[in-house]
Design a protein around this ligand. Structure first.
Ligand code: PNW
Length: 462
């Protein structure tokens, strides 16, 4: 029945791309099969206290052995694209040298299975599983890792480029650099801001080198891009201190990556903030030209927004080291099981702002979704109305941004399956399909059925 109010979701065009996303380490399992070598996540999971419950990705969703069934799930939901990542330590176990044919064969089968089902494959080359051997040689803080990544990218492209037309170099370089090397919350668990910033630079350099390699290796048209996670950083009040805290957070989280990728420069204010902490970006001659090599699509991952204050609870604007305070202020807003604030309006604002500050860059939402406390019934069905609401509100936010001129061309729900949620282990469930980890049974949640019906309606399928 019509309420008289048109749903903005219905303004999304028939050409809009609809998909779901996953990543290799979070779903595959089979960590010692067909010549796969350890990645930094295999190592990190074994560090005491690193991951909730001591969980690891040894089995995960056993996707490596259940791939055809999982592809069928995607096809049955009527989605047109599947975004997955290739595990570097499967296809080039030590991070250098020749390909491992047995590892590549898995992705070969996956791509063929998808195409056979009418689902377009969208490959992410790096979703955080760095071969451990490269970390032992210094990891992303070391410049050579960027060149190793470019070689690896070309090796995968040589194997799949005849069938895969859309390629993302990196997933969320902020997470790799900051969570991995500054905060120690993700693999490899290091804590040094200087290393993290060097890692960010070398990740971006690796991206640029890979885009150049893939572009020249391509026989026909390809869409190349990178995915960044962006969170909005708004000032808690209009005070100069709060505004400056929000500026700094937006700078280190968002502009550091976007300005380099699109404008070929690092933001002056962020470099000044870093210099005050004794940190300098190890830029060499020509790097920014490589980093800003033209690409075709910016992947945007959005989960939450944050409010920042420049004063601590005692009203001081400097910390013990004499540096400006940057404090996240919790709002009285609904939250997900990750404790992330649900702010779809911020998503619209962000996309509109991106279209203004980085004009001419087509965007695709490569991840958006939420963990909630799912409660399955006796049949394993989850009536996840909270997740349905989250997805609907965020899709509306995308549609509104488009109506204001943001060039957003597609949307991927994170995630197809409940999976290994990094440092949170299996506790946090992001799937639109439930996974029973005892039986590996998959059961589409209400959100999956809602997504299927929404896509069908908006695309105008009969
Ligand atoms: C993304 N943060 O990670 C990843 O791309 C996924 O692999 C992951 O499962 C998903 O989001 C949900 O967490 C993020 O702290 C992890 O801002 C942390 C943050 C953002 C994204």
């Amino acid at each position: 029945a019509s309420t008289g109010q048109a749903d903005p979701i219905d303004t999304l065009p028939p050409t809009f791309r609809w998909g779901v996303a996953t990543s290799s380490y979070q779903i595959e399992g089979a960590v010692a099969e067909d010549g796969r070598a350890p990645s930094i996540w295999d190592t990190f999971c074994r560090m005491p206290g690193a991951v909730a419950n001591g969980d690891n990705g040894d089995v995960a969703c056993d996707h490596y052995h259940r791939m055809p069934q999982d592809v069928a799930l995607i096809a049955d939901l009527g989605l047109d694209t599947y975004r997955f990542s290739v595990a570097w330590p499967r296809v080039q176990p030590g991070g250098r040298g020749p390909a491992n044919p047995a590892g590549l064969a898995f992705y070969d089968r996956l791509v063929d299975e998808l195409l056979g089902r009418g689902v377009d494959p969208w490959v992410t080359l790096y979703h955080w599983d760095l071969p451990q051997e490269l970390e032992d040689a210094g990891g992303w803080p070391v410049r050579d890792t960027a060149y190793r990544f470019a070689d690896y990218a070309e090796l995968v492209f040589d194997a799949l480029g005849d069938r895969v037309k859309t390629w993302t170099t990196l997933n969320e370089p902020w997470c790799s650099a900051m969570l991995g090397y500054a905060y120690g919350a993700h693999a490899p668990g290091r804590r040094d801001l200087g290393d993290a910033i060097a890692a960010a630079h070398h990740l971006l350099l690796g991206h640029g080198l890979a885009v150049q390699r893939l572009r020249s290796a391509a026989q026909g048209p390809v869409d190349l891009g990178i995915t960044v996670n962006l969170a909005t950083a708004d000032p808690a009040t209009d005070s100069p201190a709060d505004r400056d805290a929000a500026r700094a957070a937006d700078g280190l989280g968002n502009r550091l990556y976007l300005d380099a990728l699109v404008h070929g420069r690092y933001p002056e204010d962020v470099m000044a903030d870093l210099a005050r902490q004794g940190v300098h970006i190890p830029v060499e001659e020509g790097d920014l030209a490589v980093i800003s090599t033209p690409f075709d699509v910016l992947g945007v991952n959005f989960y939450f927004g944050q409010l920042f204050s420049g004063v601590d609870e005692q009203g001081r604007d400097r910390d013990e080291a004499g540096l400006p305070v940057q404090r996240v202020v919790r709002r009285d807003l609904p939250r997900t099981a990750m404790d992330w604030e649900i702010v779809p309006e911020s998503f619209t604002e962000l996309l509109v702002r991106l279209s203004q500050d980085y004009p001419g860059v087509p965007m695709v939402i490569t991840e958006n979704g939420a963990a909630f406390d799912d409660r399955p019934d006796a049949d394993g069905f989850v009536a996840d109305d909270d997740r349905v609401a989250y997805l609907a509100e965020h899709l509306r936010a995308v549609a509104r941004a488009r109506l204001t001129g943001a060039d957003v061309r597609g949307y991927f729900a994170w995630s197809l399956l409940d999976n290994f949620e990094w440092a949170y282990g299996y506790d946090k469930r992001f799937g639109i399909v439930r996974v029973d980890y005892d039986t590996q049974r998959r059961t589409p949640k209400r959100s999956a059925l809602w997504y299927r019906d929404t896509v069908r309606r908006v695309r105008g399928d009969r």
